[in-house]
Design a protein around this ligand. Structure first.
Ligand SMILES: Cc1cc2nc3c(=O)[nH]c(=O)nc-3n(C[C@H](O)[C@H](O)[C@H](O)COP(=O)(O)O)c2cc1C
Length: 229
């Protein structure tokens, strides 16, 4: 397909800048064909030796309700699986950014950070994909190594940008990962697959305060060392 690179840069930069995690959605369905179109074009993502290791479960309606019911039953029982998203302790540099994010997030929601019950209620909303009409679960063969997880990450970002280019918004969600043992039977995952993350997909609720806060980024000079230019 031919295109003008100049137009494409402005367009892609716009998509990258306008993508943000959305955690409240309008009650408006997304057609199955649109979801498949997004998942298909995102498949142009590169992968090591073109191995394309991503597996996707695309859910709507009752399928979301079934998954949410199964996970929240475990969540509500208080038998939380140990969180394993970050090492303990998290090095200070990352811990500071995590704390900054949490402060902005809970302030937008009007939740006092010392209110553990309110925070838990918000965490619980992950499992219903924050009310999005479509929920995606991303999985990978457990035998694959970190570089294949990187491939899946490239696919995930491609999905988010392909969604944005169609006026849709997303929220990537690692919160699903600790519930793999609950998710696998509900979705009929084959043995050997592991849940990597979820993704909420739908139309942003513009009125929701939770969609209105900013997440700053490091200055490029803080993480790039240029050499030999
Ligand atoms: C792999 C991954 C997992 C994430 N997991 C969650 C999650 O479980 N719940 C949530 O509300 N946000 C989650 N996020 C969203 C991040 O908090 C968000 O990307 C980050 O704060 C930057 O904000 P932005 O996406 O709005 O630019 C996740 C993001 C990524 C990339």
């Amino acid at each position: 397909m031919s295109f003008s690179i100049a137009d494409t840069a402005a367009c892609l930069d716009g998509l990258l800048r306008s993508r943000g995690s959305v955690r409240a959605f309008r009650d408006e369905p997304v057609p199955r064909e649109t979801v498949l179109e997004i998942l298909r074009v995102a498949g142009r993502a590169p992968s090591n030796s073109n191995t394309q290791p991503w597996q996707v479960y695309a859910l709507a309606g009752e399928a979301i309700q079934r998954l949410e019911a199964a996970i929240t039953a475990v969540f509500d029982s208080g038998q939380l699986p140990p969180p394993h998203h970050f090492p303990v302790p998290l090095p200070d540099e990352y811990g500071a950014r995590q704390a900054d994010f949490a402060a902005r997030y809970y302030q937008a929601l009007g939740i006092d950070r010392t209110d553990a019950a309110a925070r838990a209620r918000q965490t619980r909303r992950n499992f219903g994909f924050f009310g999005a009409p479509v929920g995606l679960i991303f999985a990978i063969d457990a035998c694959l190594k970190p570089h294949s997880w990187l491939d899946l990450g490239l696919y995930l970002q491609s999905v988010m940008l392909a969604a944005r280019s169609r006026g849709l918004d997303t929220c990537p969600q690692v919160s699903f990962a600790p519930y793999h043992a609950v998710i696998a039977p509900v979705l009929g995952m084959p043995d050997g697959q592991v849940t990597v993350c979820g993704l909420s997909l739908g139309y942003r609720d513009e009125r929701a305060a939770v969609n209105g806060f900013e997440t700053p980024r490091r200055d490029v000079n803080g993480f790039v060392r240029t050499m030999g230019f």
